[in-house]
Design a protein around this ligand. Structure first.
Ligand code: GLN
Ligand code: ZN
Length: 770
């Protein structure tokens, strides 16, 4: 039996890569130092895996930015706009890579960055490859060969990891019409063969091909591309040991294709899909020579493995296939979990009781090795101290008072359908709200946050360090809030917000106030490039001990006769951006959060807040990878939102906000959420996103964003009027609001002032025209 790993976090246990890259970008670190920082991270990761006892260690899992972007460079899929820069400036590879990832504005060049999007159902973002009909490929970056040679020099049994060619094509997009990117496979494969030849020349034996597209619904043509690819590779390099890896879902409909491939090892994500082991064994798999890599340690979450469950799977596989044909591994790359639990030394909110239930990357590596030792030992596992510790930890988790809150469970049992329904339908609410709120046509509002200046952030840092008293901090926040209210009054905005100055992050702020959430000190996970996030850990039943936002919302409302909108993050988004407990279904945890938000909504209403926004930007990204599973997810996600929003009077107006494109395939569910007003990101798509709402005859009110808050550019009144006219062409005017695309947190005051002034002027012009 062998152990291997699919990939290790590359940010460094102290975020060394982030620090080095950002300094390099700022021109404060020479390139040699950046290279050294990277080399040290690789060496540290390799040593750690080797010392833990992993047999086969990944290389080329490191990246300065993103593994898909690395593959663009490897295959020469470099968009045309960078060619002149490459040719004239003789850019070193690293600078070309960063230019593609981040855009480039130097001496006469103004090149936009490549697009970024979420990696499957994770919160990691990859760079989207761009393909043209005449696309040519050639071996440009030899990074994989360099890293393999480096690993060999370090004396490792190393396994290069490559993003497979079919997934690479499917993850990209066509930059022009009239062709299908999959047709490029014939031109792409020779580059992969060239890479394999070079690796072969360096005596590589094992190669891991990641084809995570096998977790999606594939067409026949896409499956044939998979067959063609691996048949060709096996034909050219029959002596190489190819490991085919997919993760995050079952192979499902793609299973028979996968089983027919001439690869030596097939990796299974048995955390997401434990049942596929039986499916495979039932096919007569034992008669083949193929090995199975059992991904039994969760690479997506931070819970300690349950040895009882994992060992049962391993033993079943061993009984059917024999030890030699079984490999053990994490379920996917460990990129998605923090580096090292041992660094959590402060007893803060990760106390020792919670800590004993967790495992980060370094601990997960150890778990893989221990599982192998337990599985292969002559001595019964029960007698092993490591087994006993594991069983004990999992047992305390099952019964801990910290986790289980009888009151929450009791309340969950009493939820009825009427808790997920407003008293009356939108047509009745609409009339009552019109009378109660008396808002004009084309009412103007913003999405919630106002500029979080360095100053505002420094107050929070100083409060944490104890350099500011809570009293002083509150005073500063109050002053900033008041100035923002005055600014909105002067600008003539109709529905004001308090500005969210008291919040660090839209999930963390709530998590910190809810029971059942814990926070690590150093639990960073790469989000994209040098950006890392530190997701909260939901470990127990969720409840809300006291009101979370009433204080600042009612303070802001007390300053003005205009309506101030209360601001909450919705249950699905809080769930989606956290590490979620795995001892109950996600929808149960989501519903618990929904109840907590519902209580907050009720308290806001009681405090006189008449308009309440519940942000759900993450609803879409929570969609399962396979369409068959969408309905079930959408049913509980929409219900959770409705539970959070439905405890109020008809006169109280509920808003929601979503900032991603594409509503077409989920518009009926968006409509089912039944928010009185939805604000969406819309300006970059020139209002095209509204077509889905128009085609559906979406009945409630909509605020299509009229300007892009991701850019410092100040939009003119005229262009916003034009966008709204486009909106009016498909949605009746009386349903429309006027607002920016998203929160203004990352903008500066100067451009915010100008942009909102122009936005209000646009609304006035529209009102006069009707
Ligand atoms: N209310 C939040 C803000 O304005 C919404 C952020 C988001 O949609 N991601 O910042
Ligand atoms: Zn947004």
């Amino acid at each position: 039996m062998q152990t291997h790993n699919l990939g290790y976090p590359r940010i460094g246990s102290q975020r060394e890569l982030k620090k080095a890259s950002e300094q390099y970008w700022a021109g404060k670190l020479p390139v040699e130092q950046l290279m050294l920082a990277a080399k040290n991270i690789r060496r540290e990761n390799w040593q750690l895996q080797q010392e833990a006892g992993i047999d086969l260690i990944p290389c080329n899992d490191f990246s300065f930015y993103d593994q898909v972007l690395d593959t663009c460079l490897m295959t020469g899929a470099i968009p045309q706009r960078y060619h002149a820069l490459m040719a004239e400036k003789q850019l070193p590879e690293i600078d070309l890579l960063f230019a593609m990832a981040r855009g480039c504005q130097t001496e006469g060049y103004d090149l936009t960055a490549m697009e970024m999007t979420k990696w499957f159902d994770t919160n990691y973002h990859y760079i989207v490859p761009e393909f043209t009909a005449a696309q040519q490929f050639s071996l440009v970056s030899e990074k994989v060969i360099r890293e393999f040679s480096e690993a060999k020099r370090e004396g490792l049994n190393a396994k290069p990891v490559l993003l497979g060619p079919v997934s690479f094509l499917l993850l990209g997009k066509e930059k022009e019409k009239g062709f299908n990117r999959l047709e490029l496979i014939g031109k792409l494969l020779p580059v992969y063969l060239e890479v394999l030849k070079k690796l072969d020349d360096c005596n590589a034996h094992y190669i891991q091909f990641d084809e995570p597209c096998l977790s999606l619904d594939l067409s026949g043509e896409e499956r044939r591309a998979i067959e063609k690819t691996y048949n060709l590779i096996s034909q050219k390099f029959p002596h190489l040991h190819i490991i085919l890896a997919s993760y995050f879902e079952c192979y499902g409909e793609n299973l028979s294709t996968v089983l027919s491939l001439p690869v030596q090892t097939i990796h299974l994500d048995l955390v997401r899909c434990p049942s596929q082991l039986d499916d495979i064994l039932a096919t007569g798999f034992a008669r083949t020579r193929t090995r199975l890599s059992l991904g039994v340690v969760d690479g997506r979450n931070i819970w300690k493995n349950d040895f009882r469950t994992s060992l049962a799977l391993v033993k079943k596989a061993v009984a059917a296939l024999g030890e030699e044909k079984i490999w053990l591994a994490p379920s996917c790359s460990l990129l998605h979990v923090p580096c090292d639990l041992d660094l959590e030394t402060n007893s803060g909110s990760l106390n020792t009781e919670i800590k004993q239930w967790l495992a980060f990357a370094k601990q997960k590596i150890k778990e893989v090795v221990t599982l192998k030792e337990l599985a292969c030992s002559e001595v019964p596992a029960e007698l092993d101290a490591r087994w006993q510790e594991n069983v004990h930890a999992n047992e305390t988790r099952r019964t801990s008072q910290l986790i289980h809150d009888e009151q929450v469970k009791q309340r969950m049992r009493t939820i009825t359908d009427s808790d997920a329904k407003r008293y009356n339908g939108f047509d009745i609410r609409k009339q009552k709200q019109r009378e109660a709120l008396a808002l004009p046509l084309f009412a103007t509002t913003t999405i919630g946050s106002f500029p979080q200046t360095g100053e505002v952030r420094s107050w929070r840092a100083r409060l944490k360090k104890g350099e500011l008293t809570q009293e002083k901090y509150d005073e500063l926040i109050a002053k900033e809030t008041e100035e923002t209210i005055r600014f909105q009054e002067e600008t003539g905005i109709d529905v004001l917000v308090h500005g969210e100055f008291e919040r660090n992050d839209m999930v963390e702020y709530f998590g910190e106030q809810l029971n059942g959430f814990a926070f690590s000190q150093n639990g960073w996970v790469q989000s994209y490039g040098s950006r890392c996030v530190k997701p909260p850990i939901i470990y127990g039943d969720v409840s809300r001990p006291v009101a979370m936002t009433v204080r600042w919302s009612s303070f802001a409302q007390s300053l003005t006769p205009k309506w101030v909108k209360g601001m909450l993050t919705g249950p699905v988004t809080i769930l989606q951006w956290s590490f979620v407990r795995n001892d109950q279904p996600r929808n149960v945890t989501c519903t618990q959060i929904a109840l907590a938000i519902r209580d907050e909504v009720a308290d806001l209403e009681k405090a006189g807040i008449r308009i309440i926004q519940i942000d759900e930007p993450a609803i879409r990204e929570g969609l399962p990878l396979r369409k068959d599973n969408w309905q079930e997810y959408l049913d509980w996600a929409v219900r959770a939102f409705r539970i959070s929003a439905s405890g109020v009077q008809d006169e109280t107006q509920i808003h929601t906000h979503m900032c991603y494109s594409e509503f077409n395939d989920i518009i009926s569910h968006i409509s089912d959420m039944d928010a009185d007003v939805i604000t969406i990101e819309c300006s970059r798509s020139q209002m095209e996103l509204l077509d889905a709402f128009a085609a559906f005859r979406y009945p409630n009110e909509i605020g299509p964003g009229v300007y892009d808050i991701h850019s410092p550019r100040v939009p003119s009144k005229e262009e916003m009027v034009l966008l709204m006219e486009k909106a009016m062409a498909v949605i009746p005017a009386e349903q429309l609001w006027v607002n920016p695309d998203c929160g203004l947190k990352t903008r500066h005051w100067e451009e915010t002032r100008k942009a909102l002034t122009a936005m209000v002027a646009a609304a006035h012009e529209l009102r006069e025209a009707v």
